[in-house]
Structure formats: C-alpha cells, structure tokens
Write a protein that binds this ligand. Structure first.
Ligand code: FE2
Length: 208
C-alpha cells in the first residue's frame, strides 16, 4: 500500500505530474536530425497477411513500376492542363485536370498497396522518373492533337503493364493487388482513354 513515485523516493519532493524524463523535455524543435534509412527500397517487411514473401516481392515490383508511370502521367496531365490552347481550351483544361486528380488517387492507392505488402513505395518524383518507361514530353508546349496522342501512348504503356500485373497477381493469388489493378486502375485508364480519344475524331462543328 505504501507506494511512492520514483521522484518522491529519489529526492523526497514531488516533481509535478511527470516522471524524471519530463524535466528534460524542451519546447524547442529538434532541428537538423538525420536518422538512418529504416528500410531500403526493394526490401520487404514481414506482415501477417498469409501471402508468401515471394508473391509480395513480385507484386511490389510490378506495382511500383505502375506507380512510377502513374506519377509521370499525373504530371503530364497537369502540364497539358496548363498548356492547352485553342477552341477546345476550356473543356480540355477541365478534363485534363479531372484526369490528373483521378491519377493522383491511383498514385495513393498503388503506393498504399505496396506498403500493405511490406514494401516501399516509389515516392520521390525523381525516383519515378528513373523507373518510368513513358517518353518524356518536350519542356515547351504542344498542340492539342500532339498532347492527346502523347497521353494515349502513356495510357497504353501503363495499361499493358497493368494487364500483365493482373495475370501475375492471379497466378500468385495476391487478390488484393489483383482487385486493385483490375477494378481501380485498369477500368479508370480505359475510361480516360475513351474520354480523350474522342477529341481526335474529326467531326465538324457545323455541317456544310
Ligand atoms: Fe488548375
């Protein structure tokens, strides 16, 4: 019954509501800290999801490839959103931004899937640029047909990898990744392709 706190026992006086360590706390931010890397890219942590390390490693690799491309496609949509010009400016300006937002959502879904598998998601856009196979656009502005054609090529690059990934994850029974790739990524890309490809159809605004 006669319990005393450590601070009481040590010096006989109460130290407020904290322990000995609280007296060392400081309101000052501890700036300039540099910790060591906790987990290296390409390695796997053990998470109890009843899926082999081999399957998780394979999925992380393919998901990171799609993630890197998606990061680049997101940036490409924003670039076109800013640079689009001509009579269809307003609708394409809005459409490109909508697609960019949807690609940003896919970036998050893909990245968090990699983390859920115990891997490390590609985060830095410079890392994504190293991994992507999407052709780099010129730093300047292109006309609308070139913009859309470039976007369609980027979509198809990703769709090809996604289709392969669906097959791979079906074989390895990584159903979580399989569902993500089929239900979220593939269908979103196919829909976006349809929406932008329609702008390449040569239909006159007014008939002769
Ligand atoms: Fe904007």
């Amino acid at each position: 019954m006669a319990t005393t706190t450590r601070s009481h026992a040590s010096n006989g006086t109460p130290s407020g509501n904290g322990s000995k360590s609280s007296t060392r706390r400081s309101p000052e931010p501890r700036l300039g800290q540099r910790g060591k890397e906790l987990q290296r890219f390409g390695t796997l942590r053990q998470l109890p999801i009843a899926l082999s390390a081999e399957a998780r490693t394979e999925s992380c690799q393919l998901l990171n490839e799609v993630l890197a491309d998606t990061t680049i496609l997101y940036a490409l949509y924003k670039k076109h959103h800013w640079n689009v010009a001509g009579p269809t400016f307003y609708q394409l300006h809005l459409l490109f931004d909508k697609h960019a937002e949807e690609q940003a959502e896919l970036v998050d879904l893909l990245a968090e899937r990699v983390q859920s598998l115990g891997g490390i998601a590609v985060g830095d856009p410079r890392h994504a640029a190293e991994l992507t196979t999407i052709e780099r656009a010129p730093d300047g502005a292109e006309d609308v047909p070139a913009q859309i054609t470039r976007l369609l090529r980027a979509h198809e690059t990703i769709i090809g990898k996604v289709r392969d990934g669906i097959e791979t994850t079906e074989k390895s029974k990584d159903w979580g990744s399989n569902d993500l790739l089929m239900g979220d990524v593939l269908r979103r890309h196919e829909l976006q392709v349809w929406f932008i490809a329609e702008h390449l159809v040569d239909v006159p605004l007014v008939e002769d």
